[in-house]
Design a protein around this ligand. Sequence first.
Ligand SMILES: [Ca+2]
Length: 254
Amino acid sequence: MKDHHCNQERKREIVVFPENELLPANATIDDVSIEFQSAADERTARQILQTITKIDVGPQSQLFVAPGSTLVIYFEVTNLRNEPTYHNFNVQDEKRYLEQMEPRFLWLMPNQRESVRVTILVPQGSELGSKDKITFTSQSVVQAQQSVMVTVSSTGVVDSWQPRIWYTYNTRCDWRWNCVGGTWSIEVVARDYETGLLSMRSTPEGLVLRSPFVAGTNEEVTATYSASCCEPRVTITAYDLNRNQRTLQLNVDD
Ligand SMILES: [Ca+2]
């Protein structure tokens, strides 16, 4: 990690991607390149992704737990680099509910996604409504982090409403005669007013968060997706803590 006073220099360096460059913890797209929106070069978009390890909270994770019981949280780690990378995992919490993490390290091939299971035990007598923030870190060529907020609750969760999701285009492809060399991008916002947002992901991969969020937040979560104009389609899905999901299907050519 570099000093703040050479921030501009760091941004330039990262765009050309020297082999050993390290991004700071919680690296987001703003750290990688602020020139992203104006870059009409698909290589730039690809290179940004190559710096990134993405972590999603698996939709099967439960973040409400009764006193005296255990729960499992699934952190899905995806290697978006073009080369195999070794990942060391670490997990911390505020209330010492952590029981187990499996596995503790992994090799991931390009675009490979694997789940890390984190088990917590909430002691008998824990106060209802109290919360434990759990922070999962993957240390590799870059460091990535995702936090979740677990709530102690003896009753079931009431939330049958899907998350909201909306988007705006930053750049489109319609002025181009052919797709080669062109890039399009959108900004996507998701929000869940009830139990809170668990994760937001895309197919193909490539959704990059504007800033980290704690799974379970009721605030807006913003991300950017960018692809070559030769790959005009994307599906983006947002999940809430009660497994409700909303899917957005886009075709930039429409
Ligand atoms: Ca909801």
